[in-house]
Design a protein around this ligand. Structure first.
Ligand SMILES: C[S@@+](CC[C@H](N)C(=O)[O-])C[C@H]1O[C@@H](n2cnc3c(N)ncnc32)[C@H](O)[C@@H]1O
Length: 269
């Protein structure tokens, strides 16, 4: 069935042969079976590309399971053996012990929810998260993802708590309502500046930077309020905003004071 599905997929895209393929194994577990399906898919793709004399694509492999899955053993024990087997396979098919461009990603989380990047981030060129220059559609997509995630979270906790029970939530957020505000920018823009410089220096491809996104949304107190009220399972007794101390050596940190040197500290950390 896998072979038929992949062959059918390639026959529909005959004109633009992909140079990069993503494979996701949902519920991959950790054991000798884990990389079996992935290995078979790669082998089928190799044969298809080989038959058409195309250069092999690079593979992005996403291994998903619940967070309790033993990802450490998976990556430290099973992955090197899999890679060894893959290079033997390359040798038998291509006669060379060439390395295949295979990039592995662990995706811990339940497949009953979204596991990958939210829809609507395709336009976020030159950025990896919401930023000053991100188009409004990107800010909206991140906000909508936050609304969906947070209300689902509240809904389940609402079902689990006894009537009259309480919950204390600590979450990363920001004071300001504007998701592209100065306060928020400090966090990611430092990284974005470096990544864009790496593109200029030819160390990473612009296309890769454009397609990479961190689906992270720091809600403001007003947005948290709005979602809690809308969802309806909880009411808020108390909501406080405090600064995070990013400098582990700083002794006189006051969580109620907004630090102007936060960016410097983050760079040095
Ligand atoms: C029967 S095992 C299959 C393992 C492997 N895919 C195989 O074929 O041998 C099912 C796996 O699905 C995982 N799983 C169950 N519910 C899940 C969920 N909601 N999200 C992600 N993984 C889940 C389990 O942790 C388990 O590792």
């Amino acid at each position: 069935m896998r072979e038929a599905a992949i062959t059918a997929f390639f026959s529909t895209i005959a004109t633009t042969i992909p140079t990069s393929l993503a494979i996701a194994d949902l519920g991959c577990s950790c054991g000798p079976n884990t990389l079996f399906a992935v290995s078979e898919i790669i082998s089928i793709v190799m044969d298809l590309y080989n038959a058409k004399k195309h250069e092999l694509p690079e593979f992005q492999l996403f291994l998903n399971d619940l967070p309790e899955n033993d990802f450490n053993t998976l990556f430290s024990y099973f992955l090197p053996r899999f890679q060894e087997k893959l290079s033997e396979q390359m040798k038998s098919k291509y006669g060379v012990r060439a390395a295949l461009a295979c990039f592995f990603n662990g995706v811990p989380g339940s497949f009953y929810g979204r596991l990958f990047v939210p829809r609507g981030l395709e336009e976020n060129k030159g950025n990896i998260s919401m930023a000053r220059l991100s188009p409004p559609s990107v800010l909206r997509a991140c906000y909508e993802q936050f609304q969906r995630d947070f209300s689902t979270f509240l809904e389940y906790r609402g079902q689990e708590l006894v009537v009259g029970g309480c919950m204390v939530l600590t979450l990363l957020g920001q004071r300001n309502d504007d998701p592209s505000s100065e306060e928020y920018r400090q966090f990611w823009e430092l990284l974005i500046i470096d990544l864009n410089e790496m593109v200029t220096e030819g160390l990473i491809e612009e296309e890769k930077l454009d397609s990479f996104n961190v689906p992270y949304y720091p809600p403001s107190p007003k947005e948290v309020h709005r979602e809690v009220e809308k969802q309806g399972s909880f009411s808020i007794d108390c909501l406080e905003v405090f600064e995070v101390n990013r400098d582990v050596f700083e002794k006189d940190f006051d969580p109620n004071v907004v630090s102007e040197e936060a960016s410097d500290k983050m760079v040095n950390a």
